[in-house]
Design a protein around this ligand. Structure first.
Ligand SMILES: [Zn+2]
Length: 450
């Protein structure tokens, strides 16, 4: 039996190739968009949602996250405050990785997925790291993601910072998950931590697997200066020169950050059609610098927005991206409303290789759609003002309805399938235990030589 769902009389921000915006209605049949009507005509369906006075957008896509990062929120850690990004990894993230078990992976995946959905994100690309939870851990993450109902691309972040073998185990876990029979909303990819924690062979193997299974290969690149210095010292090459020489760059490769890059490296990114996941808030938090995003956009690089496991609210990430480059360049023209909205929808879909199915409201595409009802509208909300509203004024709490794969997961700002109070109770129990283990690990930090 076909299920039908109509969204009537909203301001439709399509993100189609013409970037059309109009007042109109959208009909969904099962999990696909089957009709789009401009104008006042109301479409009939089993369930009809009235979007009068609301904005209808494609589901937002977060191209780089670490769902488990949500467990750090408010963690009372006794540590010498990191003075740079490398110490941040050594004192916080790596002890965190080493403490993670399957239950932690599950509860963080569930709670972070709910938070993403709540603010209109319908798909994300997540990489998890945890040397004591490698084999099979993606099944636990999948369980949390599926309980929330969001669309997820998940992977284990292969690293050789502790041993060579561990890197291959990480890739094996990715390969296992890619080959696994899964729900249609779930998919896998290949993930490598960063060029400074792996040898050349692992990078080549990651690229081989990405090509073999036609899935994205993702890795952190030149987030702080350490990555750059490591590559210069060990290989005599800048980060992207080394990656290019190894054949790792390309249309299936999605690099996170690319902050500490020079013009030659930007050319390599552009020429190889490598995608970039930009994480403005996380870059500010870690004080690593500001990625040259306006230059990337000018050079035709496909730039998308990630949250890097820091702030999960979709609109906070969009707004940070919109603002940081203006102040950095002392020029408010360097990035537009439309560009940041593209980065969080269609560009992110391209980065993950799914722009034929997702990232815009178009006939035949999968029905990931968001309805946003700004609670206060001091100025007219119409086709002309809608981009400004989305970037300058909307926040996650204005998201009224979230539809993923044709199914309404949030209605009137409330989850339809998940009892959040129950999830919070379960999370509190598990996270209390996790924090105790993490506090122990943080106290015993051992600095690895890379
Ligand atoms: Zn990251």
């Amino acid at each position: 039996m076909n299920r039908t769902l109509a969204i009537n009389n909203g301001i439709i921000v399509t993100m189609n190739s013409k970037r059309e915006v109009f007042r109109g209605s959208v009909l969904i049949e099962n999990n696909r968009i089957v009709q789009i009507e401009k104008g006042e005509k109301r479409l009939k369906a089993e369930e009809e949602l009235d979007a009068t006075g609301s904005i209808v957008t494609p589901g937002f896509i977060c191209s780089h996250t670490h769902l488990y990062g949500i467990l750090l929120r408010g963690a009372p850690l006794k540590l010498r405050p990191p003075s740079d990004f490398t110490q941040n990894l050594q004192r916080i993230w790596w002890p965190m990785d080493e403490t993670m078990n399957e239950n932690d992976a599950y509860i963080s995946a569930l709670t972070a997925s709910l938070e993403l959905l709540r603010s209109g994100t319908t798909m994300f690309a997540d990489t998890f790291s945890g040397p004591n939870a490698i084999d099979g851990v993606l099944d636990h993450i999948e369980k949390g993601v599926m309980e929330a109902g969001i669309r997820g691309v998940i992977a284990f972040e292969a690293t050789q910072r502790r041993s060579e073998e561990e890197g291959y185990r990480g890739l094996k876990e990715n390969e296992r998950y890619i080959r696994k029979d899964k729900n249609e909303k779930m998919s896998g990819m290949i993930s490598i931590h960063a060029s400074f924690t792996v040898h050349d062979d692992l990078l080549r193997e990651g690229k081989r697997l990405s090509d073999r299974y036609a899935v994205p290969l993702t890795l952190h690149t030149s987030e702080g200066k350490w990555d750059l210095y490591h590559n210069l010292e060990r290989y005599g090459k800048r980060t992207f020169e080394r990656l290019n020489d190894l054949g790792v760059l390309g249309e299936r490769t999605l690099v996170a950050h690319a902050v500490q890059v020079n013009e030659d490296e930007l050319n390599l990114i552009a020429q190889s059609r490598t995608h970039v996941a930009h994480n403005a808030l996380s870059n500010m938090l870690n004080a690593v610098g500001i990625a040259p995003v306006p230059e990337m956009l000018r050079m035709g690089v496909n730039v998308s927005i990630g949250n890097d496991g820091y702030v999960f609210d979709t609109f906070e990430n969009i707004r940070a991206t919109f603002l940081i480059h203006k102040v950095n360049k002392l020029d408010p023209r360097v990035i537009s409303f439309l560009q940041v909205l593209e980065m969080s929808t269609i560009n992110a879909a391209k980065a993950l290789g799914v722009s034929d199915k997702l990232g815009s409201i178009e006939l035949g595409k999968l029905a990931d759609v968001v309805i946003i009802k700004p609670s206060v509208k001091p100025t007219p909300l119409n086709e002309q003002s809608v981009y400004g509203y989305l970037v300058n004024a909307v926040n996650g709490k204005d998201v009224d309805t979230v539809i993923v794969n044709g199914e309404v997961l949030l209605r009137g700002g409330r989850f339809t399938k998940v009892n959040v109070e129950d999830v919070n109770r379960r999370a509190e129990e598990l996270v209390g235990d996790y924090w105790r283990r993490l506090a122990d690990a943080v106290e015993k930090v051992e600095v690895l030589k890379l």
